[in-house]
Design a protein around this ligand. Structure first.
Ligand code: TRP
Length: 458
């Protein structure tokens, strides 16, 4: 019998959901470009080092905290001490803020997918229009932006309302394998285009003249936190639905490996095609919606079909992530209600929180990526402002606090008790002991400071 909070049907279901949360738009628009622009293979090594010294550690802290307390972030930290509740709150707030901008982009993905279908069936809206021009016509149209932002949220809300097992897990079990197949199709076409090697060279080549070690660590650190969905209690929440017999440390290895493999595959799907068409790569929305649209559009009819497959893949990646973001925010209110002896009422909570995200996301949808002339908080466009609050401040800060708290205050024994339940081994315990106290907080503090500052000199 599923308890009131919900539980994963199996460890595979949990892994699909956690990998689904990790693999998202960040893998598509962030990783390949950042790797190419920050030393190629050197960046990959730095990224993997950060995953080993910070990612796996923070992920294990979050999962053991979640499973031990059986609670969402705020209540989980409250069990350790009232004064630590704020770390959980930063998480809930980050989830809310990230989803508020993620959903505008997710909306553009749906819009492009729909437009590719229409063009496959003979509507010629792409004819004679450049990628930049087409994208501008989408994002500077407030009705389009808001409609698709709402549509994206409605789908996300629908899945989360279904519950942990029937909604989130089942959706991920279909979406993740499909995503993999679609990605493989796009890779095969991309790497077989004439001139595609230049894209692979861009991704892996190291140019000493342009390489800046600190910039690479900062880029890799931010990317790692965002891509692994760390520092905001996503894995506290997902971990709280995990059965006691599953091996936490093993899962904390599998998730980052799968996420990095997906990120590299995204690079193989995107960059070879971009270079084969003689275009410049970029990162962020302009890569996804301008450059890639141009790539697909120049391939004739088959390009329309590939484009459709690509945006559907991006939509699945975005939805499996947005679902995890909404779940963190909702789980908090569901748990709070249960704590007060009321029913969890997932449907109502999800509807209310989801609507709040829709409203909070409206400035991003209206801002047309900063070209609207609207008021700009701190001189940043709304998307960057929300991103700054979450990825730039709250997530790295929470990551620092989590490792300090676990390393110095609570002690590794707390985690060890949880990890070694039902005969599981705590693999790499002495490595964890050193990282959690010294290496992880130091590296994350560096990432925090340099990342926060970087928003203001882009
Ligand atoms: N990891 C997702 C991506 O790469 C986004 C995401 C989902 C996320 N949940 C998160 C980012 C929690 C930060 C925190 O697109």
């Amino acid at each position: 019998m599923e308890n009131k909070r919900g539980q994963w049907g199996s460890n595979l279901g949990f892994l699909m959901a956690a990998i689904g949360s990790a693999v998202g738009l960040g893998n598509l628009w962030g990783f390949p470009y950042k790797m190419g622009a920050n030393g190629g293979f050197a960046f990959l090594l730095i990224y993997l080092m950060l995953v080993a010294f910070c990612g796996i550690i923070i992920m294990s802290i979050e999962m053991s905290l979640g499973r031990k307390t059986g609670k969402s972030p705020v209540l989980a930290f409250a069990q350790i001490g009232k004064q630590y509740k704020f770390i959980g709150w930063m998480g809930v707030l980050s989830a809310f803020v990230i989803l508020s901008f993620y959903s505008t982009i997710g909306g553009y993905v749906i819009k492009y997918m729909v437009d590719f279908i229409l063009n496959i069936f003979g509507n010629n809206s792409f004819k004679g229009v450049g990628g930049a021009e087409y994208f501008a016509s989408v994002f500077s149209n407030p009705v389009t932006s808001i409609t698709y932002h709402i549509l994206f949220m409605v789908i996300t809300i629908g899945i989360v309302m279904g519950g942990v097992n029937k909604g989130i897990e089942n959706f991920n079990k279909i979406a993740m394998p499909s995503l993999l197949v679609m990605l493989l199709v796009v890779i095969v076409r991309s790497v077989t285009l004439p001139g595609s090697v230049d894209g692979i060279k861009f991704m892996f080549s190291f140019s000493g003249a342009e390489f800046n070690f600190f910039k690479a660590v900062r880029a890799a650190g931010g990317q790692m936190l965002f891509s692994l969905s760390l520092g905001m209690g996503c894995l506290i929440t997902y971990g709280s639905y995990l059965s006691k017999k599953e091996n936490i440390v093993k899962n904390a290895f599998i998730i980052p490996i799968a996420d990095t493999v997906f990120a590299l595959m995204a690079g193989f799907a995107i960059l070879p095609a971009v270079f084969a068409k003689g275009l410049d790569p970029a990162s962020g929305p302009s890569l996804l919606f301008q450059t890639l649209h141009e790539v697909f559009n120049s391939m004739g009819y088959i390009g329309l079909i590939l484009g459709f497959i690509f945006y559907m893949l991006a939509l699945f990646a975005a939805l499996t992530s947005s679902v995890s973001l909404l779940e963190v925010a909702c789980a908090h209110f569901i748990d709070t209600r249960l704590e007060m002896g009321k029913s969890g009422n997932r449907r109502m909570v999800t509807a209310i929180v989801g609507t709040a995200v829709i409203i909070f996301g409206i400035p991003v949808a209206l801002d047309a990526l900063g070209s609207s002339g609207m008021y700009q908080p701190l001189g940043l466009c709304w998307l960057d402002f929300y991103d700054f609050l979450s990825e730039g401040i709250m997530m790295p800060l929470a990551a620092v606090f989590m490792s300090l708290l676990m390393g110095w205050k609570i002690g590794l024994g707390y985690m060890e008790n949880e990890i070694t339940l039902e005969g599981n081994k705590f693999i790499g315990k002495s490595f964890f002991a050193i990282c959690i106290k010294y290496i992880t907080p130091l590296l994350m503090s560096f990432v925090l400071i340099s990342l926060a500052l970087s928003f203001f000199n882009r």
